[in-house]
Design a protein around this ligand. Sequence first.
Ligand code: SF4
Length: 477
Amino acid sequence: MLMLSWQLRKYFPLRGGVLSSHIGDVKAVDGVSFDVRRGETVGLVGESGCGKTTVGRLMLRLIEPSGGHTFFQPPPEVARRLTEIRDELRKLNPLGTETLASALKAGGDSTDPTVGASRTLLRELDQLADQYSLYRLSPSKMRKLRGKLQIVFQDPFSSLSPRMLVRDIISEPLTIHHWGNRKKRYERVAELLTAVGLNPEHLWRFPHEFSGGQRQRIGIARALALRPDFIVLDEPTSALDVSVQAQILNILLRLQREQNLSYLFISHHLSVVRAVSHRVVVMYLGKVAEWANTEELFEHPLHPYTQALLSAIPIPDPALKRERIILSGDVPSPASPPSGCRFHTRCPMVMPVCSKVEPPLIPTGRRGHYVACHLYPGSSLPEFGLISSRSPGIIEIPSKAPPEEGEVAPLPSGEGLPAPSPPTGAESEGAPTSVDPVVLQWLVTGWRDAPAGPGGSKTPLGPASFPPPASEPAPRT
Ligand code: SF4
């Protein structure tokens, strides 16, 4: 495991009034957890404003988080212990970290063994974070790590200084990190330019003398200067022509093969994400809605939001048509996100419970596939009367009110709450099978026969039957 983000949160304060006092927060990222393996590309998709770029910047510590951790290159035993802590917390708090957070804030009940066990695990997590979390490193240690963590920005025009020669733009990180003497630095810059398909003679030009694609290559060369391990690619091709996009993507894939780089590929272009990513994380309004291996996600999308996104991908064949799922309404404001499931105001499959209880991210039973949706068994506790694997086929809407904040399990205050974040690599092989195929089959049938949702649409993509567990796809080469 190269990077592990754990319950990342970023709230931007809203200020108002005569005294410019704090009147609320824009919850740009609210409890996002996932990992990136060495040599892997993780695609991060979602609508504009869902928090993708903020996640990328948090992972590089370009901005400070409001909560959570990012572990970079944790030793194997630490990575193993982190996943054990996560799994144990998931068992102790099956409703997810939101409920645990509320309970912790409420003060805690010392007689509740669940509370005590959760506290102990959180203390251990805190100790590990002291040693390995990026956000607890001193400025000098963080500066040393900067060379390993790089970013390629979306806009190749504004991300390069118009007053600097290409030679100085690319050698600047080398100079800051005191790498070699001037001669060696310029030799390295010439190497980098060749690696991204430009000529050493371009050293003496200014950015305005290049096309958009060439500028993006310069941005990539700059990101590669210090031999990074992890690069955030923030929509690196969205400002480019299609033919140039292909060139840039090929360069990125080649460099990944040659240097075993890991990428976080942020994009809203799903076809591009499918072409370059090993795994895909789907975000909606600051939260992870679904996470799976790329082929698994595109072949068997489970979350209604993912299905809507995929239905918008054009098919390059005039004889084929796909029924488009049109979502009703606008994306809610992250300053006042909807209660319960954040997607419930637009979801064609919405149920009464969706506005009351937030669905945690749970394993679906298919390898490496996680979803946060009440449609799937195991996403909610039986005692809330949602979906019970012990009573397959029965979905009851709870007659009692769902737990209010602080009502569930009182715990003391605390942050850095560990998430039910999906496991990595080998551990995903043993992902718990919490989806009951009988219940799921019933759900699928009911789903297909369900009346149209508020937007007048029914998802056409619901699987006819729950497909057998998929094997891990081989990494792309
Ligand atoms: S069915 Fe409910 S929980 Fe699932 S995405 Fe729709 S609103 Fe959210």
